[in-house]
Design a protein around this ligand. Structure first.
Ligand code: NAG
Ligand code: NAG
Ligand code: NAG
Ligand code: NAG
Ligand code: NAG
Ligand code: NAG
Ligand code: NAG
Ligand code: NAG
Length: 456
């Protein structure tokens, strides 16, 4: 033992001579470029000197039981990853991470922490991932996660947590948080209103299976909606979602399987259909001002709208750089002078950010040229014929027939010409009494000449 100790100190001394005090690699560790690995080294405390350039420090699988206030002081300003899993750590003193505020990954899993005090992670605003699973945690203080605005994933599973401060997580406090694992704890009743108020991203990544939840309708309704939306947190652990009837652990049921117990629960059906497609058709003329609304099954003030044009351009409230197109905050799209090339399918997606729901509306816009040639759709031709025929009949009844050419009036009409004239006349919105003259006279004048001139 002593010879080993001597050789170690000699080695350290040599290292010091060569590298200066800030750069030494402790003998029990491996120092590889930006990483120091001291795992499974029987450490009782952190090594005194560590290379100051380290980005990653691995001290997992040791016997560390306590981290003092100066543990990282002046040592590793560049530290981003700190692995401390599988130790005996039960408390962290104030300001322990003060001088490693650039931490992004912190692993304290499989330790002996009891209470997560709110000062523990204070100032770690760059922290993205925090692992605290498999400790002895019974309590998480309310302010624990406040200020940790870069958080993406937090793991609290396999502890003895009975309450969690859901209210401390709000839209703007943790914009990137997409994983909050509270599975395998001892939660019986949750404040479901707080859970439902969590940002959509957090709800999607909230793991609550294998707790001791008490079966009731408010609980059931929350999971029912998450299940409907296909969240992985629910889908991947369907069998582990259990609750106790009347809180009795012997009467445990898998509540995501069909169960009579929840038959009398009414789940709010307003969000039953998260994705709907409403299709409508719109027939307009070139040059018209057109408004397409984005009315979907979603309602509320927190909706954001995106239109996808037939040319596959995305149109949002902020993206518009066009004097011909505008969009209102209610999602309505306005095209000031529509052209034939604007025909096609317009797709609007309304997204409810808070509830993480979206719904779609499609409008099939057909733009017609006002000129005759383009206007020959079956319907309008037929309509034109019927109107014309009616007008002829009215004319014939009201005017005494004087000649032989009245025999077969219909045979002299060119359908497409008539319909187009009829169409352009409605476009000019003539008074009803003019229709007869315009729609009836003009083509006849050009085609049949003098034969039809007796119209007054
Ligand atoms: C360590 O943190 C303390 C308190 O924030 C600060 O006064 C000190 O300058 C820091 N030391 C280094 C080397 O950053
Ligand atoms: C459920 O949680 C308990 C502790 O609360 C744990 O012992 C058990 O292994 C967990 N079961 C599963 C399937 O994760
Ligand atoms: C459903 O109704 C029955 C009888 O009225 C009641 O015993 C049971 O607790 C109710 N279930 C829930 C989830 O409230
Ligand atoms: C808007 O359009 C003009 C010309 O049409 C272009 O110069 C400008 O870069 C565009 N702005 C944006 C934000 O797209
Ligand atoms: C959207 O807003 C515009 C302008 O305020 C309004 O003209 C239009 O009727 C609205 N559409 C709907 C569907 O409410
Ligand atoms: C419409 O597209 C055609 C070719 O597809 C082009 O020749 C014409 O100029 C376009 N018209 C307008 C108004 O953009
Ligand atoms: C809308 O929701 C569906 C399923 O919920 C999803 O697949 C799709 O990507 C969402 N679309 C948008 C634009 O958010
Ligand atoms: C849109 O309308 C046009 C003409 O009415 C039709 O040919 C086309 O198939 C429609 N598209 C869709 C997606 O319904």
């Amino acid at each position: 033992m002593t010879t080993r100790g001597y050789s170690q100190s000699l080695f350290l001394l040599l290292l010091c001579l060569f590298h200066g005090s800030g750069q030494t690699c402790p003998s029990m560790c491996l120092c590889i470029s930006d990483t120091v690995s001291c795992s499974s080294s029987g450490l009782m405390r952190l090594p005194w000197s560590l290379p100051s350039f380290s980005v990653t420090l691995d001290v997992s699988h040791n016997h560390l039981s306590w981290l003092g206030p100066s543990s990282f002081q002046n040592k590793m300003p560049r530290l981003e990853n700190l692995w401390m899993a599988h130790n005996q750590i039960s408390t962290l003193s104030h300001g322990v991470f003060q001088n490693v505020s650039g931490l992004r990954y912190l692993d304290l899993s499989s330790n002996k922490l009891h209470v997560v005090e709110q000062h523990y992670f204070h100032g770690l605003w760059r922290l993205e991932e925090l692992r605290l699973f498999n400790n002895k945690i019974t309590q998480v203080e309310a302010g624990t996660l406040s200020g940790l605005s870069s958080l993406k994933k937090v793991y609290f599973s396999f502890n003895q947590i009975t309450h969690f401060p859901f209210f401390s997580i709000r839209d703007h406090s943790h914009p990137f948080l997409a994983m909050l694992d509270l599975s395998s704890n001892r939660m019986t009743r949750l404040l479901w209103e707080d859970v439902k108020a969590l940002p959509g991203l957090v709800q999607r990544g909230l793991y609550l299976h294998n707790n001791s939840l008490i079966c009731d309708c408010s609980m059931y309704s929350v999971f029912w909606h998450w299940n409907l939306r296909g969240y992985n947190s629910v889908k991947d652990f369907t069998d582990e979602h259990t609750c106790n009837i009347y809180g009795d652990p012997r009467a445990s049921i898998r509540f995501l399987h069909p169960n009579r117990f929840f038959l009398n629960c009414s789940v709010e059906t307003t969000v039953m259909q998260p994705v709907t497609v409403l299709l409508s058709n719109l027939l307009v003329l070139e040059g018209d001002r057109v408004r397409l609304d984005c009315q979907t099954t979603l309602s509320g003030t927190d909706l954001s709208f995106t239109w996808l044009s037939p040319r596959k351009d995305f149109i949002t409230l902020t993206s518009i750089n066009d004097t011909l197109i505008s969009m209102f905050s209610n999602g309505t799209l306005e095209i000031k002078e529509i052209s034939v090339n604007d025909s096609g399918l317009y797709l609007c997606t309304a997204v409810d950010i808070k509830q993480d729901l979206n719904a779609t509306r499609e409008v099939n816009v057909t733009v017609l040229l006002p000129a005759a040639e383009s206007f020959n759709t079956g319907y309008t031709t037929l309509l034109g014929c019927i109107v014309t025929l009616t007008l002829i009949l009215v004319y014939l009844f009201l005017t005494p027939c004087r000649c032989s050419y009245c025999k077969k009036p219909a045979a002299t009409y060119n359908h497409s010409n008539l319909s187009s004239v009829f169409f352009s006349s409605t476009r000019d919105r003539p008074k009803p009494e003019n229709i007869k003259h315009v729609s009836f006279m003009d083509p006849m004048m050009s085609e049949e000449g003098a034969e039809w001139t007796m119209v007054t």
